[in-house]
Write a protein that binds this ligand. Structure first.
Ligand SMILES: [Fe+2]
Ligand SMILES: [Fe+2]
Length: 142
């Protein structure tokens, strides 16, 4: 069996998309994902685990809506593709979380997938809107 260990996400300025509210959303997503790092295989079906996954999915949906609204308001050109990326993530995560609660997907595998997704999505996709949202007014509290 392959042994691997993924480091928990540690937010730093390199991950900043230049809009405080979206950075705070990304930090909240990271802390929800990091909670999985502390879980072990034998408690993946526990209520606490289901609570973490449910919170993660609903917070991701909330964040995506907010991010897409700001991108639309800023006239971001590639919004439709970004929207598809978000939708794809929601589908994958719903399946993966379901697989995890059935014991098909291990908690370490799930944590590793989510960590990679979080880093790649922010650094490769979210960063593309950074110049467009540079003048976004801060209107919503976290
Ligand atoms: Fe995004
Ligand atoms: Fe985002």
């Amino acid at each position: 069996m392959t042994q691997y260990r993924t480091a928990p996400i540690c937010w730093n300025q390199d991950y900043s998309v230049g809009v405080d509210i979206l950075d705070r959303h990304h930090q909240t997503l990271a802390s929800l994902i990091n909670q999985l790092a502390e879980r072990t295989e034998d408690n993946i079906k526990s209520e606490k685990m289901v609570d973490i996954l449910t919170a993660l999915v609903s917070y991701a949906e909330y964040h995506f809506r907010h991010e897409e609204d700001l991108m639309a308001a800023a006239g971001y050109v590639d919004l439709e593709n970004h929207r598809l990326e978000h939708r794809h993530f929601c589908e994958i995560i719903a399946e993966t979380c379901y697989g995890a609660t059935l014991g098909i997907v291990g908690v370490k595998e799930l944590f590793s997938y989510l960590t990679r997704w979080w880093r790649n999505h922010i650094l490769l996709e979210d960063m593309k809107y950074k110049p467009y949202l540079a003048n976004t007014p801060e209107t919503e509290a976290a």
